[in-house]
Design a protein around this ligand. Structure first.
Ligand code: HGY
Ligand code: MN
Ligand code: MN
Length: 410
């Protein structure tokens, strides 16, 4: 059986352990997460790794021995979006276990230890925050996030405790950067580039940054039948002007993406004029300054729309994640390994963010993208072939060999 076939089998097994709605749903600190931990523990043990869960809920598989050696980190996230695919995140953990598995009888021969990290929560779907695992390791974790509630009012702290994880202890997980050789994450591309180029894998050059904003428009409700059109203070009309203008405004900045992904209307009644609309605006770009400048444009758009419709509006930033440039040395090792595996090492940026975005505060990071059918992701029909996953395992194993041959510069 090839490693690609193994990967396909492993991902089918863990998808079956997730919520059986359409696609895969595996949110952090849930029964599905517990089930995934059992399956991933088996993957890591089969790779000859020693397994434990850290206080941020990251399942850590570490090569035995290696005391005093620097460590090369691999990993990705176990969680999914709702009704997502069976590859986003979890495939990176699976492929890293398969690459590690090739060294299970010869760890002592490596001048460094290897760890596979299965982070609990990268998507930020259940709680209004994400990346607590990588942030704990990088020492950048804000303890306030543990008191954030999910839609049912359950705090992250309580949800973690439900899996026997003591959130406060996560603040003591920061690693010593001097002992880390780097972090490498294999991930489905979630875009069309590799498929368009006819390539199984690609080497990521940089990861975009994210800025998120809350827009709140306040108008005046009234009877939909009796209030004349002129003079209305219809909050949804204000919001609609912003939403309609955003794509053209963003298009003036080729590398920038802007999305209104969430919207809430009150009183949300068929015969009531909307008096309040809340919505999110998310922007992404590999250029942090470009996103900051664009925020000014959105603020002006919101203000002008409110003035034109006699409503009041606020615009506030709620989240910001800087863009990340991948580590040149790790990239070169991945490119060399990709060439050795018989493929062109296409460099490409990532429009999605990843655990690597936060790991970059700890160490150099690199990512290996795997071709995905139609560039589709965050959907049940997300797909990567066994053959392409097999190439990715080969590349990751060769990268370990390449780093061992170079000798770890710590
Ligand atoms: O939002 C993202 O880019 C990632 O899928 N969480
Ligand atoms: Mn995702
Ligand atoms: Mn992901």
């Amino acid at each position: 059986m090839t490693d690609g076939d193994r990967a396909e089998q492993m991902l089918a097994e863990i998808a079956a352990a997730s919520t059986t709605t359409e696609g895969v749903t595996r949110l952090p600190w849930t029964d599905q997460h517990r089930a995934a931990v059992i399956v991933m523990t088996g993957w890591m043990q089969d790779a000859g790794l020693e397994v434990q869960m850290d206080a941020a809920g990251t399942l850590v598989g570490r090569s035995p021995g290696g005391r005093g050696k620097p460590v090369l980190l691999f990993g990705s996230h176990q969680d999914s979006v709702r009704s997502g695919g069976r590859y986003d995140g979890i495939m990176g953990i699976c492929l890293a276990c398969l690459a590690a598995r090739r060294f299970r009888d010869r760890w002592d021969a490596l001048p460094f230890a290897v760890e596979v990290l299965a982070f609990a929560d990268e998507e930020g779907v259940r709680f209004p925050t994400a990346l607590i695992g990588p942030r704990a390791l990088a020492g950048t974790l804000d303890p306030a996030v543990f008191d954030l509630p999910d839609a049912e009012g359950v705090t992250m702290r309580a949800a973690m405790a439900g899996m026997g994880v003591d959130a406060d202890a996560a603040l003591g997980l920061a690693r010593d950067p001097a002992r880390i050789l780097g972090y490498v994450e294999a991930h489905i591309e979630q875009g069309p580039v590799l498929e368009d180029q006819g390539l199984p894998v690609g080497v990521v050059t940089g990861i975009c940054g994210i800025s998120r904003y809350a827009v709140e428009v306040t108008g005046e409700t009234g009877h939909a039948g009796t209030v004349p059109m002129e003079g209305r203070k219809d909050a949804l009309v204000t919001a609609s002007k912003v939403i309609a203008a955003l794509p053209d405004l963003a298009a003036a900045n080729p590398g920038l993406r802007a999305t209104v992904g969430w919207l809430d209307i009150a009183p949300n009644a068929v015969n009531g004029i909307p008096s309040r609309v809340r919505m999110t605006v998310e922007t992404r770009s590999v250029d942090d300054a470009e996103r900051a400048d664009f925020a000014e444009e959105i603020a002006a758009l919101v203000s002008d729309a409110a003035t034109a419709t006699r409503t009041d509006a606020t615009f506030a930033r709620t989240y910001d994640q800087p863009a990340v440039t991948c580590d040149p040395r790790l990239m070169a090792l991945l490119e060399q390994a990709t060439t050795q595996a018989g493929c062109d090492p296409l460099p490409l940026p990532s429009g999605a963010t990843h655990d690597a975005s936060a790991m970059a505060d700890l160490c150099g990071v690199a990512m290996l993208f795997v071709r995905c059918r139609g560039g589709v992701s965050h959907r049940p029909d997300e797909y990567a072939s066994a053959a392409d996953m097999g190439v990715a395992v080969e590349v990751m194993a060769r990268m370990i060999e390449g780093l061992a041959a170079e000798g770890p510069a710590t």
